[in-house]
Design a binder for this molecule. Sequence first.
Ligand code: B12
Ligand code: SF4
Ligand code: SF4
Length: 300
Amino acid sequence: MHGEMGYMARAPEDRPFISRWFPAARSVVVCAFSYHDGTPPPPPDPSRGRLARYALPPDYHDELKKRLKALLAFYKEAVPGAKGKVFVDTSPVLERRYARYAGVGWVGKNAMLLSRDIGSFFLIAGMAVDAELAFDEPVPEHCGTCRRCLDACPTDAFPAPRVLDASRCVAYFTVELRGAPVPEPFRRGHGDWLFGCDACQDVCPWNKFSVRSRVFEPDLPPSLDLGELAALTPERFAERFKGTPLQRTGWQAVTRNALLAMGNSRDPRHRAALERFAAHPDPVLSEQARWSLGLIDSRQ
Ligand code: B12
Ligand code: SF4
Ligand code: SF4
């Protein structure tokens, strides 16, 4: 269920309990930060690959850590001697679980934390503190009989509602799986996703209530030209995507994703780039290019 994300298997018994990470914890404050830029998803275009919305602003970790640290400093000033610790994504804290307890929203059938007020295009960050604070109640769930997200998932990554099998998820393959090929049975499901995947959120009716972010501005466009991307050397890639979420995933995996999206587009205009990569010394890239050429040719 975790794919190659080994850290998820480490100390699994600690992950549900914030007090194992911060023993003094008595209360948890959870914040939601919209990253929606107010624009609709881009129209399909065989020459381009799509980026998930969260990847458009600069990498969010530093910005949210800064804001949570300021909140913690404010708290410590108000309560001299108080202790606290902030979490933004990378700590062993199950953020959706605590956000649910804190009343930020409910866990949708797509496993996303979902709010009636702002939909699900938001990031979670928070802090644990050593005092007992007044608390909000969890909100009831509002999915009802809807199952649009389950039906929209292109790789059948939900064995049951609210249970995500990460080892089938396009977001996992495109962002976290590096140095390895995308397993063949999931390639067609990637469609034109280049980095991350929003298919199970784009269809959610609650996302018509998404609010424009007051924290993040897009730095990247919602889709990138596949030919231009595949033409970048590792050095040019590093320059172009410095400070963006694509930087951490790196040239090899993002180029692999671009070659895969080229195949799924079935657009013969990508043939020259794919033929160049079919002879590339990197076996992951050359194999992906050959697979994509096969898909384009199978249509002729
Ligand atoms: C690893 C990870 C991934 C893995 C998935 C791992 C997984 N199986 O969930 C991959 C790489 C695939 C991934 C994808 C995405 N991720 Co991610 N991811 C994480 C990370 C770092 C850890 C999550 C984790 O441990 N999951 C393990 C499962 C077991 O825990 P969980 O999903 O939190 O589920 C709990 C709740 O569902 C709860 N629960 C509550 N009620 C109920 C009811 C029932 C019936 C059930 C079964 C469960 C349940 O129980 C579960 C266990 O406690 C978190 C940050 C963090 N530290 O939490 C971000 C995080 C979950 N990701 C986030 C985002 C934005 C995404 C993507 C949307 C990115 C994208 N567009 O490509 C996709 C969404 C995919 C999806 N539909 O969930 C946000 C989610 C924000 C939100 N509004 O929910 C987080 C919180 C990061 C952040 N700081 O904002 N992610
Ligand atoms: S992010 Fe994409 S692949 Fe992953 S569960 Fe949602 S729709 Fe499926
Ligand atoms: S698409 Fe429907 S089932 Fe899925 S999270 Fe949204 S409301 Fe719930």
